[in-house]
Design a protein around this ligand. Sequence first.
Ligand SMILES: *Cc1c(COP(=O)(O)O)cnc(C)c1O
Length: 524
Amino acid sequence: MGGIYDFDLHEGRFARRRESRTREFRTLSTPREIQAAHASLPRPGSPSFLAGRSDEATMRHVVDDIVPGLSGQGLSSRYYGFVTGGVLPLAEWADNVVSGLDQNVQVHLPEQSAATAVEDAALRMLVALLRLGDDDAWTGRTFTTGATGSNVLGLACGREAVLGTKLGDGDSVGELGLLGACAKAGVTQLQVLTSAAHSSLSKAASVVGFGRSAVKELRLSDEEPWRLDLAALETELQVPGTASVIALSAGEVNTGRFALSGVDEMRKVRELADKYGAWIHVDGAFGIFVRALEDKDEYKLLHKRVEGIELADSITVDGHKLLNVPYDCGMFLTRSHLTLQSVFTNPNAAYLASGSQDPIPSPLNIGLENSRRFRALPAYVVLLSEGRSGMAALIANMVALSRQVAAFLRDSEHYELLPDESADLDEVFMIVLFRAKDAALNEVLVEKINETRHMYVSGTRWKGQKAVRMAVSTWRVDVARDYEVVTSILTHVAEGKQFDIKSCPLKRSELSSQDPPKMFEQVL
Ligand SMILES: *Cc1c(COP(=O)(O)O)cnc(C)c1O
């Protein structure tokens, strides 16, 4: 822990980290390095297996063998796979404090630890950053392991609330179980009504007992599959014997588009939910951060798309994506802490009682885990240090690069911007979807781009054909430089030419060593 609280020491490290943003780190190691990492792992049956090693030899193994076989997602500004985010220097420092102090944030013990109060303060700042209205209205709020965890909480709360209303008499799924509750309430079908939801919603549906097949896609059209068909929604809500959760994608993963066009549709969904006794869950893992953008003309359309989200019953937010904190951080918000507690109460354990009348509940009664990491601290320091303007600038940077690349693709002879080339570029948030016009190139486009190792993208399918998605989600974005490199790579790939980072007009000093352990050393 030596020096972990030494500001002068860390100031230097933070400065190096921020400065490293101007340097080039490759997005992936070479296949040889990755194979070598695999080959270095302990083998059962070998004489050294579990024989123990000195700390130094163990560290050396990690630095020399494992680190070279890891991806550059934390260091490169152009790791655009999935939606991964990055780690702000201060968040990394806070994460080390968390590990060093190893707080078990499960019981609210205000006289013994401030950890639960810090969690609560972070969640209140988040509610304000995302302009979700009065933070006291989101009485059920907690940190989760990520958006999948939050989606599990969302569906679990939906199940509890919707069936609870049908049961009456204070009966609950938490007490009766799903089978008993459905039988008693006369419910024969549970359904999750959605459009182009993230795959984790199906996983959550399986975990909470709806079943994956309960997830019903109500897409408005093939042209705009992310949009929810409100007429179909009403039809499904009316089916006798059903209990429904409406799950809105606020940020579809292929396109970054939104399930609803704006607040009028959101009001309509709220009205339908109230009329038919359904729960509204918004999966805003990354898309809800639109609400952290400034009130400017260029974001007007995006703001419109997420207007009214505060009318939902529960919301998923991801921390380890756009908030740029290390992995193991998501948030869950609901207006109904009683519902959350009804599901997650950890009963009859006197030794875990907080014995406090404090309004902050014990995390173990409002989430999946009992013992749990102090995962709020990195989010707390990011929200505190960046503030509203810092977060707005961070996200704006991602939007700027995404829109510039989208414009390049739209105007390119080689590429087609998806989902709709004629759409307003103001619809672009931080995901860009595209494909090559040449069918043969399109088949291998992801591999060709990733082979350059200076830009990493994920493949997907769009309307039955392969497509490429580029998700810009790290604080390391440097709009001018990254635009230069990305468009150079895309042009080289389209023209069948070998890409060489040295051919980009970057300052030579920006090219760092290609040796991954050294990459880390330079930065850490
Ligand atoms: C990433 C993502 C998830 C899953 O989140 P994890 O943090 O990976 O568990 C769920 N929904 C959306 C919209 C996402 O982008």
